[in-house]
Write a protein that binds this ligand. Structure first.
Ligand code: ARG
Length: 290
């Protein structure tokens, strides 16, 4: 008897080599981190939060990146901006072009100019500041050939064509529908970027998206890793991959096993205190793509 056709697909995950590439990240120490307001369901200003522990966890995250050979740049934290640690929300950098941020919440609005100035003083000359609400890599996820662009809670749909104009890359709009997964980067992660012969390899949590977006994602990424409710609920998808090493919250045990099965090396980190603000490793990490 011939084996069922599906047997062949079982060999696929291990057949692909997961190649790491050195990355450059921009990060902001949580010196002034606090939960003073609530702009997502994770944030409870009355719940206890240990800022010293947040600082230690953030430094351990930096040390993890450095041990993997990545370069970490730092922007000075500004007093009065308790969410400035979430660097990913302040810029999208592709091929040296910078698209800045425009925050939905007035409490975070001043962060955008701090980061704009950092880009300006660090040699970036092609900087566009958006006119529509745009929370940068929180909602704009680069796959290597397409820019996946989330909307529903923070980034305005009008920011999507603006991103295409400013960055000169094709944009695909995705609709988020669950307020707990208010940014795209808490519902979807790129594990391996696209190459000329292969689409990106991603992981995502389907219930975070509208039905039409779920169908679109299944069409674009039929080989994606589908995260479980538990993976998503610890912000396990707010992970950072270099193509081989994946830094992710330690509670995401199912996702960790899946990653290993697919040829990646998981690096679990404890981000308990930043999660109380709705953030994880990726939220703290803005990637400088040249
Ligand atoms: N407290 C922050 C906010 O609600 C968390 C931002 C998380 N950042 C991210 N890239 N998902 O805006």
């Amino acid at each position: 008897m011939t084996p069922p056709a599906s047997t062949a697909t079982l060999a696929v995950p291990r057949a692909v080599e997961r190649v790491p590439t050195a990355r450059r990240y921009l990060m902001c120490e949580p010196t002034h981190f606090a939960i003073e307001y609530s702009i997502n369901p994770w944030m409870d200003p009355t719940a206890p939060m240990d800022r010293d522990l947040a600082l230690r966890q953030w430094r351990a995250l930096v040390a993890t990146y450095e041990s993997l050979g990545h370069e970490v740049h730092r922007i000075d934290p500004a007093p009065g901006l308790p969410d400035m640690v979430f660097a990913a929300n302040s810029g999208t950098v592709i091929a040296g072009r910078v698209l800045g941020a425009r925050f939905r919440a007035p409490q975070r609005a001043p962060e955008a100019d701090h980061y704009r100035r950092w880009f300006h003083t660090h040699g970036y000359t092609d900087i566009t500041m958006p006119t529509a609400t745009n929370e940068a890599e929180g909602d704009l996820v680069w796959t290597g050939d397409l820019l996946l662009a989330g909307t529903g809670f923070r980034t305005d749909p009008a920011a999507h064509p603006e991103a295409q104009e400013a960055l000169g890359v094709p944009v695909v709009s995705l609709s988020l529908t669950d307020p707990s997964y208010y940014h795209l980067d808490v519902a979807l992660v790129v594990l391996s970027e696209a190459t000329p012969s292969r689409r990106a390899h991603i992981a995502y949590y389907p219930p975070a998206f509208s039905p039409g977006t779920q169908r679109a994602l299944a069409t674009l990424y039929p080989d994606a890793i589908l995260a479980t409710r538990e993976d998503a609920a610890c912000l396990g998808l707010n992970a950072v991959s270099d193509g081989h090493n994946v830094v992710l919250p330690l509670e995401a045990t199912h996702l960790r096993t899946e990653l290993a099965t697919h040829g990646y090396t998981p690096h679990p980190v404890d981000i308990s205190e930043l999660r109380k603000s709705g953030g994880g490793p990726k939220c703290c990490t803005l990637e400088l793509r040249a």
